[in-house]
Design a protein around this ligand. Structure first.
Ligand code: PGA
Length: 251
């Protein structure tokens, strides 16, 4: 049992796995068999989320029902229905027990034409239907090398958060050069950028995660940083032992 004593409201700790385009339904269930038993002694103040492909949401929703692991999708459309081939709406997600949704991941921005405007529309639609969005922001290597990290992230925040309720929001700072590369951002540098992100928010208690090559070997150091409230984890969330070790990080 750990206690966080503070005069201001305590920020939530959120450990989220982003499976991206991995795992069939059978593989997802196999993962749970190895993962869930390892969460029995996880401190209550940590939220654990699995953001999985649409096809695995229904199956996992049944298996996770009433448990401590919550379910997230990886995108959501802004309309409730309509002629939008290939898209999925918020009511379709909430109906099957989804609580969270990743919005504006750099892979969506880079490969699928996501813009700050569409990110903003998706965020507002998610919230309008009771989903909690996880907004991803972060700079490319070229932007970092050019000294444009802060300006880029501030621009993303300014555009993405127009009209967005900061009482129902999670932000993930994901430097693009650190995603899937094993080249983790220094924990102190991630802490610095996340502090800057927080300074731009109207609600300073928005949980802000770090994402980008988070592993069992670096999670303890990442979570020891004062501004970092959790992690968004890709590759290392695919193996039960590895993601369990991340959720059970040592404080
Ligand atoms: P990674 O991915 O942990 O595999 O670097 C993180 C992400 O893209 O959310």
């Amino acid at each position: 049992m750990s206690w966080r004593i503070s005069l201001s409201p305590v920020r939530k700790i959120v450990l989220a796995g982003n499976w991206k385009m991995h795992k069939t339904q059978a593989e997802a269930l196999e993962f749970l068999k190895g993962f869930l038993p390892q969460l029995e002694n996880t401190p209550d103040d940590r939220d654990a989320i699995l953001c999985v492909p649409y096809t695995a949401l229904g199956t996992l929703s049944k298996s996770l029902h009433g448990g401590r692991v919550r379910l997230g999708a990886q995108n959501v459309h802004w309309e409730e229905n309509g002629a939008f081939t290939g898209e999925v709406s918020a009511p379709m997600l909430t109906e099957i027990g989804v609580d969270y949704v990743v919005v504006g991941h750099s892979e969506r921005r880079e490969y699928f034409g996501e813009t700050d405007e569409t990110v903003n529309r998706r965020l507002k639609a998610a919230q309008a239907h009771g989903l909690t969005p996880i907004l991803c922001v972060g700079e490319t290597k070229a932007q970092r090398d050019a000294g444009e990290t802060e300006a880029h992230i501030f621009s993303q925040l300014e555009k993405d958060l127009v009209g967005v309720d900061q009482n129902n929001l999670i932000i993930a700072y994901e430097p693009i050069w650190a995603i899937g590369t094993g080249d983790t951002c220094e924990a102190t540098e991630a802490n610095r950028v996340i502090g800057l992100i927080r300074s731009k928010l109207t609600n300073p208690n928005v949980p802000i995660q770090y994402g980008g090559s988070v592993k069992p070997g670096n999670i303890d150091e990442i979570m020891a940083q004062s501004e970092i409230d959790g992690a968004l984890v890709g590759g290392a969330s695919l193996e039960p032992d590895s993601f369990a070790r991340i959720v059970n990080y040592k404080a």
